[in-house]
Design a binder for this molecule. Structure first.
Ligand SMILES: Cc1cc2nc3c(=O)[nH]c(=O)nc-3n(C[C@H](O)[C@H](O)[C@H](O)COP(=O)(O)OP(=O)(O)OC[C@H]3O[C@@H](n4cnc5c(N)ncnc54)[C@H](O)[C@@H]3O)c2cc1C
Length: 391
């Protein structure tokens, strides 16, 4: 069988590109090394008949209308505004920190004083960064900023990334907000929805096209190799389009060393009760070893009595030589980006090879961002192919 396009990886990046090329009447082959479609968005049904997100909770939110309209072709949705609470000083308070969190953790008089000062110093602002608070000349505001930094950010970040807090880039701290009011939504995006029948069903619909063939449980690199800037597929030179959404360092046999990632140990627990916790996600920034607990019923809208499943996330080291270790979060810093760029340089002289997605581009992409990127790449590749075929 001849394929016009070969795609490595069946997450959003790979699946969307597959669908777009298939609709152009191109024969597409997808390789996926896991035994299922959907990449990290994959959901499975457990013995208690509850659906869970196998690779951690995924909440869809975007301001991009085109992205949401595209996904509407493959799923119905229900409105879902994500709310997170955090355990701080043995209290459950809204995260990001807002006026309600302040009232729960400070005595009434102090909370009132801080709220009034915040509104006076930052009039008409919806939120303010904790870095701004810490750098404020007003003693009360500065101490409040330090309180939030210490209780919400410092230990959580150290746990998540396993680095001393002094090494965390200031820009990261600058992105941690305090909400100047009572809005307790985690995201403020225009479109906040969850797929009615889940992500796996969405992927099944997306991939359901006569021009798409999927090989599951197959590492593409058993069939694909690169030599002298040419791609070989099943030992013959392949001149079609190759879209690669896997780890770029693996593609080049770790020539410049493995790119660093942070991984997670995910522990699912079932309970015979209606609900385990008051919200879909509770963050544990401080004492516990895990960073957060997710209760899936809130996300999947399944209202099963007396059964619930939760997930505890323990940040871990990633080991590229251990096939059970999963690269979850790229560790973005100057050194690692330089290392990534060396790999990326190698792709530039291979005209029919394209990198797309969180692993191939060594980036943190939210789902909406990776979908946007895949749609853009499709436009770019299909228009350059059209030009070539007209030459
Ligand atoms: C814990 C966690 C929570 C997240 N929560 C959210 C959220 O709430 N909202 C949000 O918008 N985003 C969230 N994200 C981001 C989201 O997961 C990414 O946007 C998405 O996974 C990117 O899709 P992708 O196709 O690039 O990668 P992936 O989904 O990882 O797909 C890549 C696929 O390629 C396969 N592959 C790799 N190499 C090969 C090979 N050699 N041969 C065959 N197959 C291969 C992999 O097995 C994988 O299935 C979260 C990410 C993490 C880690």
């Amino acid at each position: 069988m001849n394929y016009d396009v070969i795609i490595v990886g069946c997450g959003f990046a790979g699946s969307i590109l597959a669908r777009k090329f298939a609709e152009d009447n191109k024969k597409v082959l997808i390789y996926e090394k896991r035994n299922h479609i959907g990449g990290n968005m994959y959901e499975e049904v457990l013995d208690n008949n509850l659906r869970v997100h196998k690779y951690g909770p995924h909440i869809f939110h975007t301001n991009n209308k085109e992205v949401f309209e595209f996904l509407n072709n493959y799923s119905d949705w229900y409105f879902y505004e994500h709310k997170v609470i955090g355990k701080i000083d043995n209290q459950l308070v809204p995260i990001p920190f807002n006026f309600k969190s302040l009232e729960l953790l400070y005595d009434q008089k102090d909370a009132q004083k801080i709220k009034e000062k915040l509104l006076k110093i930052y009039p008409n602002e919806y939120k303010v960064s904790i870095l701004d608070l810490i750098n404020n000349n007003d003693k009360t505001i500065k101490e409040f900023g330090e309180f939030v930094y210490k209780n919400v950010f410092e230990n959580y970040t150290a746990k998540q990334w396993n680095i001393p807090i002094s090494e965390v880039d200031k820009s990261v701290i600058n992105r941690v907000p305090v909400i100047l009011g009572y809005d307790d939504r985690y995201f403020q995006d225009k479109y906040q929805y969850m797929p009615k029948e889940g992500y796996t069903k969405l992927f099944e619909n997306l991939l359901n096209h006569q021009n798409i063939t999927i090989k599951l449980s197959e590492n593409a690199l058993n069939d694909i190799s690169i030599n002298n800037n040419k791609i070989y597929w099943q030992n013959k030179e392949y001149k079609g389009i190759v879209i690669y959404t896997g780890e770029i360092d693996e593609l080049f046999n770790y020539k410049f060393g493995p790119l660093p990632y942070r991984s997670l140990k995910l522990v699912f627990e079932n309970y015979d009760m209606n609900y385990y916790q008051p919200s879909s996600v509770v963050n544990y920034p401080n004492e516990e070893e895990f960073t957060r607990i997710t209760e899936f019923k809130y996300l999947t809208n399944e209202l099963k009595d007396n059964q619930t499943t939760i997930l505890k996330e323990y940040p871990q080291k990633y080991d590229y030589q251990d096939e059970n270790s999963i690269p979850y979060y790229a560790i973005i810093n100057e050194e690692n980006i330089n290392q990534y760029n060396k790999y990326f340089e190698l792709t530039k002289d291979i005209p029919n090879l394209y990198m797309c997605g969180r692993l191939a581009e060594y980036k943190y992409y939210n789902m909406d961002a990776v979908i946007e990127r895949a749609l853009e790449l499709y436009k770019k590749v299909s228009s350059s192919n059209e030009k070539n075929s007209k030459k």
